[in-house]
Design a protein around this ligand. Structure first.
Ligand code: CA
Length: 295
């Protein structure tokens, strides 16, 4: 009797799931508490791993696997280990028979600046077998891109007032999302900047809250008196990213407006104007004398 009752007690059905998340260096984290949360950036692709173990001593069938932030059944292709409906059809007892399931998600902006926790569960179809769940968390940050605009003739001189377009591109170079039109914020403090540029200094740019990814930056308007450089500059943004070399503009050869083109131009303009005035005055005097003579 004793042996039989022990056998009865041992004949349990149970399942266990462990969820892991990979950091950007390729290491897997249990990520059970915030100290172990890897940091990712909005736009990153984040790999997850589930290990499902039959911790009882009888075979389990049709174990449903769920992730509260990912429709596993809708993944195409389904991760290895899962069959239609995100089910493990048969799970034999023991760690040696554990099923490992891996999948990735692309982080949107929704969790940026905070943490993102998702919870995976294994639910056997057998009535009375308790489901097992396990969370994994990450910290999600946004990225920034900075650059500077200087005079090619004197790279210590920052040039104010240039305008730009910044667009995220996919692996084929095709635009993703809308173009960000950037004007140079020139204010006393960053808090006063109303557009995408949050660096209040002239000729210096910082675009915040970007998703990680590949971007193309193009100057659309040069600083006044400088030649537009419409080179398409590609850069991979992740975390705080910057163009390490300032972007230069050369001074334009087109004549400047009168009165702003230096003393030479000013003198010529004044001279030409004076001659014109004198001619007009002489003609007026002549006509006036003619009218006096007639009357
Ligand atoms: Ca600025």
């Amino acid at each position: 009797m004793r042996t039989s009752s022990m056998f009865q007690i041992a004949a349990v059905k149970s399942v266990s799931i462990k969820k892991y998340v990979q950091d950007s260096d390729g290491n897997w984290h249990d990520a059970q508490n915030v100290d172990d949360y890897p940091t990712h950036y909005a736009g990153d692709t984040v790999p997850y791993r589930l290990v499902v173990t039959n911790t009882g001593d009888e075979t389990l069938t049709d174990v449903q696997i769920t992730d509260d932030r990912v429709d596993l059944a809708g993944l195409d292709p389904l991760p290895d280990g899962l069959e239609a409906g995100a089910v493990i059809p048969e799970l034999l007892p023991g760690e040696d028979n554990a099923v490992t399931i891996e999948y990735s998600i692309v982080l949107g902006d929704e969790a940026a600046g905070g943490s993102l926790i998702n919870n995976a569960c294994a639910i056997p179809e057998d009535a009375g077998v308790e489901e097992s769940c396990d969370p994994a968390g990450i910290l999600v940050e946004t990225s920034t891109l900075s650059w500077e605009k200087v005079n090619a003739g004197d790279v210590s001189e920052y040039l104010a007032g240039s305008e730009w377009s910044l667009v995220r591109v996919d692996e084929n170079g095709d635009p993703v999302g809308s173009v960000i039109a950037v004007t140079d914020c020139i204010e006393d403090a960053a808090a006063d900047c109303s557009g995408p540029d949050v660096n209040p200094e002239p000729g210096k740019f910082k675009i915040a809250e970007l998703a990680a990814g590949d971007y193309v930056l193009t100057e659309t308007r040069a600083p006044a008196g400088y030649v537009l450089d419409d080179t398409q500059r590609e850069i991979t943004v992740r975390g705080d990213t910057e163009f390490e070399v300032p972007i230069e503009n050369t001074q334009s050869d087109v004549p400047q407006l009168p009165l702003t083109g230096g003393m030479g131009t000013f003198a010529i303009f004044l001279g030409a104007g004076s001659v014109g005035l004198l001619v007009a005055f002489a003609l007026w005097m002549q006509r006036r004398r003619s009218r006096i003579a007639i009357s």
